[in-house]
Ligand binder design. Structure first.
Ligand code: AMP
Length: 283
């Protein structure tokens, strides 16, 4: 028998539930999500279980990380399905606050991250994004009091930003990264994949194939700059509108001059119709 996790929607109820977990001296791991959960999210929950006695999953579609022209209103929401999936994956508590609980009227505080948040990748195309993410994640940490928090490498720049903010603000939380979970054809799982039409869905794995091919070429000694230039052309030829394909230092996300500046990471963002896809791979 699978047991549905307890869902709390107000701050007093969360504080009470967290106090109870603390009283029983259970290590708490937090998995922040925006819901519409898939196997990628559930892999984070399973990893959380390996590191902590209690797992809190937050489900909150955070308006401050969406620009007015982005997909906040249409972002997929399925709390019922999410709770069924979390019952199977074994979350202890689901924190699903209302927008007004997170951002009461007049809310006026923002964390502005630097470093990996200002390297010209996601930040160039979504300038509002990392301030929204850093602010909501800091709030979630303070609300849930985890010792451990899990983030997916799917959002690689986000993982680096959260790791940096956590370190620089001396937050007592250990950040763990989790590998990207993919569909069998290589497409990185994403809640936004639901937007893809059938022809777009058939084309979407090309992104990962180009990434893998560029990574293999650079690992074999091909020059990084010309390899990603070829990769960009291949992605555009396939019918994507490319935001970026870049090879970067895997830790700082700064540009690299040569393959010797290892470890390297290839990162891509491209649009198919109205769907924006991101992916990345280690070299
Ligand atoms: P989201 O609900 O898109 O905000 O994602 C919540 C968390 O799940 C983030 O830490 C993501 O990086 C992670 N995540 C999303 N998709 C995947 C995936 N395919 N594999 C691993 N982690 C993922």
């Amino acid at each position: 028998m699978v047991r549905r996790p307890r869902v709390v929607r107000t701050l007093p109820a969360l504080q009470q539930a967290v106090a109870r977990l603390r009283q029983s001296r259970r290590t708490i791991a937090l998995v922040p999500t925006m819901g519409a959960l898939h196997q990628g999210h559930l892999s984070l929950v399973r990893l959380a279980h390996r590191h902590a006695r209690a797992v809190i999953v937050s489900i909150f579609v955070n308006p401050t990380q969406f620009a007015p022209n982005e997909d906040l209103a249409s972002y997929p929401r399925d709390l019922h399905g999410d709770l069924a999936a979390l019952a199977r994956a074994g979350a202890d508590l689901v924190w699903a606050p209302a927008t007004q609980t997170m951002y009461p009227p007049g809310f006026a505080t923002t964390i502005v991250p630097g470093g990996p948040a200002t390297v010209g990748l996601e930040d160039k195309f979504r300038p509002h994004f990392f301030a929204g993410v850093a602010t909501v994640v800091l709030k979630l940490f303070l609300q849930c009091g985890p010792q451990i928090a899990i983030f997916g490498e799917k959002d690689y720049q986000q993982l680096k930003v959260i790791t940096t903010v956590t370190r620089e603000l001396d937050l007592p939380v250990e950040i763990l990264g989790a590998p990207i979970v993919r569909e069998t054809d290589g497409l990185a799982m994403s809640s936004r994949n639901a937007y893809l039409s059938a022809p777009e869905r058939a084309l979407a794995p090309t992104l990962q194939r180009v990434l893998a091919s560029c990574a293999a070429k650079i690992a074999r000694g091909c020059e990084p700059a010309s390899t990603v230039a070829d990769g960009r052309a291949a992605i555009e030829r396939a019918g994507f509108v490319l935001d970026y394909l870049e090879v970067r230092n895997a830790d700082t996300l700064e540009p690299v001059a040569a393959a010797a500046d290892a470890p390297l990471r290839l990162l891509v963002a491209a649009r198919l119709g109205r769907t924006r896809l991101i992916d990345n791979v280690a070299v």
